[in-house]
Design a protein around this ligand. Structure first.
Ligand code: GLP
Length: 261
């Protein structure tokens, strides 16, 4: 795991975008794993600039969503399909026809379970995710994998925790409007991506970041699965990095593998 710490959220966006661009293939259509939330918004803007400058192969790229709410009508402004169309397709230039989001509109559990299975099948059909962009919940969740999620889980229907519903209430007219369930890629699905890039900014994420990077690998902190992935990069601002114990080592490592002498 590589931990890169920079002064400000703008610096996080700049550095994470260059990590993503470098990790994406140029000789075939890239497959980008997309997170919602406020954390990656600056990164998406930088990717849009990279695409405009010809540094990102976006014309035939695909985007695969991490998760979706259950029960929001198609076109609801807070459905993750709508959010990703607005924040990624329109900003980066990704074709909406190649944005794949689990369908959370199914009328019953059976339909939702089928939608979760189709999302897994879609990822396989695309040849897997090249770079999965991730944020982290204040409770350590990844996608909508809440504490207690199986480390090898695949895309499935899950209940949202009270903490996550409260955190996300700011996007809805009232807290009761926040859906109770979701379809989310599992932690095993996320680990199947060729590389992971997690971004976090702000003091509210410092505890979760420290637990994920330096605590035990445990379902109690879903984001700790990053420790298991062979190609995971974490880009943090100073505030999000504030509770890391191994900071000096991360900074030294970030300087590269130059040998003395
Ligand atoms: C949501 C998403 C997560 C995201 C998290 C953090 O719950 N499902 O994928 O990482 O929010 O959001 P933010 O970046 O706004 O703090």
């Amino acid at each position: 795991m590589e931990v890169l710490i920079v002064p400000t959220p703008d610096d996080v966006a700049d550095l994470a975008a260059s990590v993503v661009v470098d990790a994406l293939p140029t000789s075939r259509p890239p497959v980008l794993g997309l997170a919602t939330g406020s954390s990656p918004l600056g990164l998406y803007r930088r990717l849009g600039e990279a695409a405009a400058a010809g540094h990102l192969r976006v014309q035939d790229a695909s985007g695969v969503a991490l998760d979706e709410y259950v029960g929001l009508a198609g076109g609801h402004p807070e459905s993750y399909r709508t959010v990703l169309e607005r924040e990624v397709c329109d900003v980066v230039g990704l074709d909406r026809a190649r944005l794949f989001v689990p369908d959370g509109t199914g009328a019953d559990l059976e339909a939702l379970i089928a939608a979760a299975r189709r999302h897994e099948e879609r990822i396989v059909a695309l040849g897997g995710v090249d770079v999965q962009i991730l944020g982290i919940g204040a409770n350590g969740h990844l996608g909508f994998n809440e504490p207690g999620s199986a480390l090898s889980s695949r895309t499935r229907v899950k209940r949202l925790s009270d903490r996550t519903r409260a955190d996300n209430a700011r996007f809805f007219a009232s807290p009761e409007d926040v859906p109770t369930h979701c379809i989310t890629q599992g932690l095993g699905t996320i680990l199947s991506a060729r590389s992971l890039v997690l971004v976090a900014t702000g003091a509210a994420k410092a505890t979760a970041v420290a637990a994920a990077l330096e605590g035990p690998l445990t379902a109690s902190c879903p984001a700790s699965v990053l420790q298991w992935h062979a190609d995971a990069v974490v880009v943090l601002d100073e505030d999000a990095a504030a509770m890391l114990a191994n900071r000096a080592y991360y900074d030294a490592s970030a300087a590269g593998l130059r040998l003395p002498g």
